[in-house]
Design a protein around this ligand. Structure first.
Ligand SMILES: Cc1cc2nc3c(=O)[nH]c(=O)nc-3n(C[C@H](O)[C@H](O)[C@H](O)COP(=O)(O)OP(=O)(O)OC[C@H]3O[C@@H](n4cnc5c(N)ncnc54)[C@H](O)[C@@H]3O)c2cc1C
Length: 387
């Protein structure tokens, strides 16, 4: 095998998470970094297939903190990093018809406010003013955070990578890692079709493929891929520009504006884990049934069949990310398992993984409950606000 110039840190995966880690390391002066990406271009995994939503409304404090830090960074992205995050803080609106979920979200709003997030609890009429025409007769209330919204994940990932490259980071595409070499309880390098690359530290930022990558290092990383489809309409003015990213919590149906079109979707709970990327046309009728029940105007919108797409969520058993150094392999780090929230948590993840590598341990946000050994040791604390 040809030996290629290695690096102090090798990052596997040039999605938004790998890109953020590369940027944060370089910005702190650690520039001997190599990002290895299997595809022929960065951000072509889940990052380029995301809905781009960013929100603070989570059930767990650590997820609220990851969002809070990340969304502040996205506000200043162009000045701090360069490139365009295209953040639009139109809010997220969670609409409740089920007493149990409404009660839970009211409790969570207290947690979010205690962490500095201005989550509001709205009456049905107040929610209806944000989304005119929404069905309200069965609505018990809604939670709304004006700091939530959506962004451009591709712009963020490529912005991080461009800045990282300008600081000296190397990015190689069409470089699928096929083996991770260990010697004496440490990762010493990785293998690609072009040759082997040595490293002192290795980061698994392979998103939905983090499980197989971990297995190459002899580790069980419980991240599994699940297909999610985003359906897109032609231009449609039946819902206003500036409307919040809106969820019918009882069904899980969501809709948001994208330019003059709409993105909408609903998780198919019967779908098994797979790497399928074809559009789930068989599920569309169920999606529309739930969608039109809450948002009757959707019945007038035309589907743009060729603009719909699917991507992969990277799901863990508790829907929480897996972050940090592996206890059995101290120079191997996980940064995956975001369970559908990796875009909104990427800025914080980059900062925290840079701390973990350069300072020995992440310290700006306590990530101990996100470390991989939680799956052996304790009953899991599940993030319930996942769709
Ligand atoms: C339909 C959909 C909607 C979503 N909506 C949202 C949302 O609204 N908000 C949000 O925050 N998140 C959302 N997500 C989730 C979000 O897209 C992911 O959490 C995020 O993109 C993860 O980024 P990543 O960099 O970890 O993974 P990816 O972008 O998938 O990057 C991982 C990279 O690793 C590479 N790779 C894999 N194996 C290897 C190998 N052996 N060698 C080298 N490289 C390899 C892949 O090619 C890929 O480019 C959504 C996801 C989907 C599918």
């Amino acid at each position: 095998m040809t030996e290629r110039p290695g690096a102090s840190v090798i990052i596997a995966g040039a999605g938004i998470v790998g890109a953020s880690i590369a940027y944060h390391l370089a910005a702190r002066g650690c520039r001997d970094v190599l990002v290895l990406e299997r595809a022929d271009a960065p951000a072509s995994g889940s990052t380029g297939r995301s809905a781009g939503g960013v929100r603070h409304q989570f059930a767990t404090a650590v997820n609220v903190r990851l969002s809070h830090y990340s969304i502040e960074r996205l506000q200043a992205f162009t000045q701090e990093v360069g490139g365009y995050a295209s953040l639009r803080q139109v809010g997220y609106l969670f609409v409740h018809t089920d007493p149990a979920s409404w009660k839970r979200y009211q409790e969570q709003a207290k947690l979010q406010r205690s962490l500095g997030v201005p989550t509001e609890l709205l009456s049905a009429d107040e929610a209806g003013r944000l989304v005119p025409g929404m069905r309200l007769d069965d609505v018990l209330g809604a939670s709304y955070c004006p700091w939530d919204g959506y962004c451009d994940p591709y712009g963020i990932a490529t912005g991080y990578l461009a800045r990282a490259r300008s600081l000296g980071v190397r990015v190689r595409c069409e470089a699928p890692i096929s083996a991770v070499h260990r010697v004496g309880g440490r990762v010493v390098g990785v293998e690609t079709p072009d040759g082997t690359y040595g490293c002192e530290t290795f980061v698994n930022a392979c998103g939905a493929w983090a499980g197989p990558l971990g297995a190459m290092a002899g580790l069980d990383i419980p991240v599994r891929p699940f297909r999610r489809t985003i359906y897109v309409t032609d231009d449609f003015d039946g819902l206003p520009d500036g409307m919040p990213f809106s969820f019918d919590v009882a069904s899980g149906f969501y809709v948001r504006k994208e330019g003059r079109a709409l993105f909408f979707g609903l998780t198919n709970p019967h779908e098994p884990s797979s790497e399928r990327l074809d559009v789930d046309w068989g599920w569309l009728d169920s999606v529309l049934e739930h969608g039109v029940r809450r948002f009757p105007m959707l019945g007038e919108a035309q589907l743009a069949h060729r603009r719909c797409w699917s991507g992969l969520y990277e799901v863990t058993p508790d829907h929480m990310p897996v972050l940090g150094r592996h206890p059995a392999l101290p120079n191997y780090l996980d940064a995956s398992g975001f369970s559908g929230h990796g875009v909104m948590h990427a800025p914080a993840t980059g900062m925290l993984m840079a701390e973990e590598i350069l300072d020995g341990r992440a310290h700006s946000i306590d990530i101990d409950e996100l470390r991989v050994d939680r799956f052996d040791a304790r009953a899991l604390r599940v993030e319930t606000n996942v769709f």
